[in-house]
Ligand binder design. Structure first.
Ligand code: ZN
Length: 495
């Protein structure tokens, strides 16, 4: 064996009770789990007093470009994340000509030349394998990107030929191993698509069984209608459903998650495979352009939240604005907050990213306690500014603050929600569990000290309590430091 981790308390990812065991690794895979005291290994790690879990799977990431621009992916692997699912919220990696239109959202538009060339989803996944990051990458086809490619930013249904082109692009991605397709129905151009368009794509996807992941049309007063539409698409098309960042946004909608969870329970009872993901914070983060558009066009997808609760997280051309609330910025400009938002969008375009305190703590805990909820950071890997701390802290915050301190869920359940549960849902073969034959994506951590320390003021801080992280059997984090290795793979949907 190449590696034996001795005497850790093993949380195997199934959600079952943990047990003390040795874990032996040969090459990229776990070879044995149990009493390995008779075995000698090239590397011996003492896990006594620590927890050993499968590497965490971030089912809701936006790291499509970051895996090339920031290939060590320190902000993820330092939390124990060993697999990213990219392409969420309708923002896919291909076709590249369309995808690059939102490089500015990540303050990365000046780094376009640093990206390897790709056109299709298959080429994107191949590019990941050719120059791998430190973690594994699975991809969703992004509906918005596909629609933009087929018909531009048109505010109408697709014509027959346009829909045919969308279906072709989706099929290319799915055949190349993408795990499903995502929508972002508050964003351009996804917001211009009706249910039947989304249904057409989902029906086509049913032949391979990829999942439908949706940032829904409304996460506020219209939450229940939006959840109903999302479940209906999966149910009628016959594909699994993933509700993205399940929440009730804005005070008037608080409490609605009890009803949206009941809709999930009822759908599951009918046999629909519907689950959700969540980031463990009361604030969200998104494009200020999108927030403004939803207000001005009356779609209210984000609900109504006081401008004082909007913090400008990223403004690459005016970094002195970063970290200020919209009301403070408005006072500085001498205008009303709505007008300030318009000015900022005019000056920054999609580069203006806001953090919005829009949820209540009861709802965050209610959603997290529900067995349908996986963990997804929704981190925005901006190259500048003050990103929402979820980019750095999500997984440690669930394990430390919510599982250990607040006891919203047990530690074994929390581990399951970030490992075995998502691996099954996203069809990531031989991932998400500690058992012989599985890939050796592993996290060794101290359950007593694990904590997120990233804050809104100072977000770029790695969590405490993570001792070691392995990806495909290679150590990428040791004592909180990145080893510089980049052993990730592109993960293609299993069968
Ligand atoms: Zn989203």
């Amino acid at each position: 064996m190449d590696l034996v981790i001795r005497g850790a308390t093993v949380y195997d990812g199934t959600g079952g009770a943990p047990s003390a065991a040795d874990v032996g690794v040969t090459g990229e895979r776990i070879e044995a789990v149990g009493d390995l005291s008779a075995e000698r290994a090239g590397v011996e790690v003492d896990g006594a007093g620590l927890a050993l879990a499968p590497g965490f799977i971030d089912v809701h990431s936006h790291d499509d470009f970051a895996v090339f621009l920031l290939p060590e992916m320190d902000f993820k692997v330092a939390q124990g994340v060993t697999t990213d699912v990219v392409g969420n919220c309708g923002l896919g990696a291909a076709p590249f000509e369309s995808a690059q239109s939102y490089l500015s959202f990540f303050a990365a538009d000046r780094h376009r030349d640093s990206l390897p060339g790709w056109d299709t989803y298959g080429e994107y996944l191949d590019a990941v394998d050719a120059d791998p990051p430190s973690l594994n990458v699975a991809a969703l086809v992004g509906h918005g990107t596909v629609r933009l490619d087929a018909m531009g930013n048109e505010r109408r249904p697709p014509r027959e030929a346009e829909l045919a082109r969308m279906l072709d692009t989706l099929a290319e991605g799915l055949d190349a191993g993408c795990v499903g397709y995502s929508t972002g129905l508050v964003y351009e151009p996804g917001r211009y698509s009706a249910t039947d368009e989304l249904m057409s794509l989902a029906r086509d996807m049913a032949r391979v069984g990829g999942l439908y992941a949706s940032h829904m049309r409304n996460e506020s007063d219209g939450l229940l209608e939006a959840v109903t539409e999302t479940i209906r698409i999966g149910e009628e098309a016959g594909v699994p459903v993933q509700i993205s960042h399940h929440k009730a946004s804005s005070p008037s909608a608080w409490g609605l998650v009890k009803d949206s969870l009941a809709l999930i329970d009822a759908a599951q009872a009918r046999g629909v495979d519907v689950t959700a993901d969540q980031y463990p914070y009361r604030a969200g983060s998104t494009s200020l352009f999108a927030v403004l558009q939803n207000i001005e066009e009356g779609t209210a997808g984000f609900g109504t939240v006081a401008w004082s609760n909007h913090l400008l997280a990223s403004a690459p051309r005016h970094t002195d604005w970063e970290g200020q609330s919209l009301t403070d910025l408005a006072a500085g400009f001498g205008v009303e907050p709505l007008e300030a938002a318009r000015r900022i969008v005019d000056a920054e375009g999609e580069g203006a990213v806001v953090v919005i305190e829009s949820m209540c703590e009861d709802d965050v805990r209610t959603v997290m306690a529900h067995p349908s909820t996986m963990i997804g950071s929704d981190g925005i890997p901006t190259l500048g500014g003050k990103p929402h701390p979820r980019l750095y802290g999500t997984f440690a915050r669930v394990l430390g603050h919510y599982a250990r301190d607040v006891r919203t869920l047990s530690l074994q359940e929390a581990v399951h929600r970030m490992t075995g549960l998502p691996a099954g849902k996203f069809a990531l073969a031989h991932r998400g569990n500690i058992r012989p034959g599985a890939f050796a994506d592993l996290v060794l951590f101290d359950p007593g000290t694990i904590d997120d320390i990233a804050t809104y003021e100072s977000p770029r801080q790695h969590p405490t309590g993570i001792a070691m992280v392995w990806v495909n059997g290679t150590v990428v984090v040791r004592d909180g430091s990145h080893t510089g290795t980049r052993p990730g793979h592109a993960l293609r949907r299993a069968g």
